[in-house]
Design a protein around this ligand. Structure first.
Ligand SMILES: Nc1nc2c(ncn2[C@@H]2O[C@H](COP(=O)(O)OP(=O)(O)O)[C@@H](O)[C@H]2O)c(=O)[nH]1
Ligand SMILES: [Mg+2]
Length: 328
């Protein structure tokens, strides 16, 4: 069993060294632990510090591309490095790397495909109130959208099996945290949470400047992922509501017509009824089409999974790489 610990980092020269040094290199049930840093176009000494602290491999982008692309590159590179288990952690020294053995335990015991380190079930040294509220809201939305009773959807401390990493397709370019949970649930993967410790952040968050901009960028990702997995439900609800409004409106016109035999005073209502009914039915039809696309998407995901499996198993054996490596 090989474990690869991935650390996405953006200007984290002050903390990344400590994070790497804290990662246990000997874990029961694991033959080899390797550390992979994904440098997202840092403009400070992140790469140099990471190398000196003992990172086994550093990959990344020349420019800042965002956390989700960095996470995706991390998964791919870890697969290529032959990881059987992948742990993702943050570069800011907030998570306690000594808990990695606990985090991967459910995977080693064959009880989970994904393990999430939940801070709300564990210990939090300090989290600004704004962020705490934002986290709670985003977690609630993720819980509603996924059906999984997650307690901390924003956690960056996670473990994945190789199979899971092959099946995840991260589409967003901002944050991967909720999308992975929704995809995992919809692919029938087993998620477990364990309580973890969370230290106070040294320095400012690189990801979240304020909670509103996070919500503005994060909410569409959750909604889009939900829509993609439940198109018929989403479109029927919207189309159904519009149709219902049309029917109610039409009822008024009809009642008047049956009473008096004329429609003329209610002509605007009659026109609106027709418009609402036409639009509502169209939205429902769109839902039917989207549902067919969903079937296609499932097939495509299965094809992609099988291709990735062949590709990454081959890369693992031939040590053939994408060559996204960065040398300080
Ligand atoms: N690749 C990449 N990583 C980022 C970016 N912004 C933040 N990170 C990393 O993502 C992790 C979490 O970021 P952090 O700023 O601590 O966010 P917070 O804990 O949610 O406030 C850290 O390891 C950061 O270095 C980014 O633009 N690109
Ligand atoms: Mg952090």
């Amino acid at each position: 069993m090989k474990l690869v610990v991935t650390i996405p980092a953006y200007n984290e020269e002050n903390t990344i060294g400590k994070v790497i040094k804290e990662i246990p290199r000997e874990i029961e049930g694991i033959e080899k632990v390797e550390v992979l840093v994904i440098n997202d176009g840092s403009t400070d000494n992140t790469v140099k510090v990471a190398k000196e602290a003992g990172a086994d491999r550093i990959v990344g982008f020349k420019e800042n591309k965002g956390l989700a692309p960095a996470f995706r590159l991390g998964l791919e590179t870890a697969l290529e490095m032959g990881a059987d288990i992948i742990v993702n952690t943050d570069a800011d020294f907030q998570y306690d790397q000594k808990q990695i053995p606990d985090l991967i335990r459910p995977i080693l015991d064959g009880e989970a495909d994904i393990v999430l380190g939940s801070r709300f079930k564990g210990w939090i040294e300090h989290m600004p109130i704004q962020k705490r509220i934002g986290n709670k809201i985003a977690t609630w939305v993720t819980r509603m959208a996924s059906g999984y009773p997650v307690s901390d959807a924003q956690t960056g401390f996670r473990a994945f099996t190789r199979e899971t990493a092959l099946r995840l397709n991260i589409m967003s370019d901002y944050t991967y945290v909720q999308e992975t949970i929704l995809q995992a649930v919809n692919n029938g993967m087993v998620i477990k949470e364990i309580p973890v410790n969370f230290r106070k952040r040294e320095g400012k968050s690189r990801l979240i400047s304020n909670i509103f901009s996070y919500a503005k960028r994060g909410a569409p990702i959750i909604l889009r992922t939900y829509r993609d997995y439940n198109p018929l439900k989403v479109f029927s609800l919207i189309g159904g509501t519009i149709t219902l409004l049309g029917l109610l409106m039409g009822l008024r016109v009809l009642v008047h017509y049956f009473k008096t035999g004329i429609v003329t005073p209610y002509l605007p209502s009659a026109v609106l009824t027709v418009v609402l009914l036409v639009v509502g039915l169209q939205v429902i039809i769109l839902g039917l089409i989207a549902d067919m696309i969903k079937t296609q998407k499932k097939l495509q995901e299965e094809i992609l999974y099988r291709l990735k499996k062949i590709e990454f198993d081959m890369r693992r054996e031939t040590k053939n790489s994408f060559n996204r490596d960065i040398n300080p």
